[in-house]
Design a protein around this ligand. Sequence first.
Ligand code: A3D
Length: 320
Amino acid sequence: MARPKIALIGAGQIGGTLAHLAAIKELGDVVLFDIAEGTPQGKALDIAEAGPSEKFDGSFTGTNDYADIAGADVCIVTAGVARKPGMSRDDLLGINLKVMKSVGEGIKAHAPDAFVICITNPLDAMVWALQQFSGLPTNKVVGMAGVLDSARFRHFLAVEFDVSMRDVSAFVLGGHGDTMVPSVRYSTVGGIPLPDLVDMGWTTQDKLDAIVQRTRDGGAEIVGLLKTGSAFYAPATSAIEMAEAYLKDQKRVLPCAAYCNGEIGVKGMYVGVPTVIGANGIEKVIDVKLSKDEQVMFDKSVDAVKGLMEACKGIDSTLA
Ligand code: A3D
């Protein structure tokens, strides 16, 4: 059987890391696309030259021509600009919306059967716009944020409890922004919900609150340290986890920015929700029941995403 074809739209910090991870995991042949001449070609050749030492096979090419993504099984979109210190994700909206239009048209023309994972910020609004510009079915266009946000939450919890991150599961809902909702009730260590661990005295409510806030600020913390851009290792790893779930029909339960059709009270928009990813893309959006407090926070987050969608409509009247 032919290897799957993975198109990476955007060959910057995340795009290059995605290509390297896809190569090491032998997920398929990789095409790196970017408008910058030489960058995708250089990164593709550099990664191909790592094959003999790392012992992976596959084809790695770089291109500035959308025709070369033809027939891609998966497209991962990072094209656009990233944050610098002092910027919010929302500051990227105007410029990245234009990028989503050209990317959507490129995917529509050359890879209409692909599973498309958007990473470009502001995530929930960009994935919504990308779905409309590409015209692909909503179950085949998804945003990566929840896997990253819950990985950050898991990491901080594993350090706090001094246990393996393997035994920590975490659950983050809502938009990928300051209003995201890390759910304490649905997050566990060895299956024990976090509030029970506070009752047991293993941590304090104050420490847990600080971890929740650090998770919300996780992106900004890294932007502040790097100064020249935003996080890229963990975002790339998170998107690869989603691509692998699709390519291998793993039926993984992963939090993603998915199109909601009434689940958790949300209709006709993208927001971070628990999903099942398999060979049919987003196979299920899990209609989880929230507590009153969680619902209030989630609704606030949904409203923030709606505000960004309205701003997009103000810029591009073809969006509905
Ligand atoms: P960066 O290293 O700047 O790479 C972006 C690439 O996009 C550059 O190589 C550009 O040349 C290219 N590009 C610009 N316009 C176009 C276009 N029209 N068509 C094709 N390529 C184009 O950024 P990065 O890789 O660090 O980040 C990429 C995006 O991901 C940014 O919008 C970030 O804000 C976002 N991001 C999202 C998360 C989430 O969790 C959702 C995390 C981290 C970064």
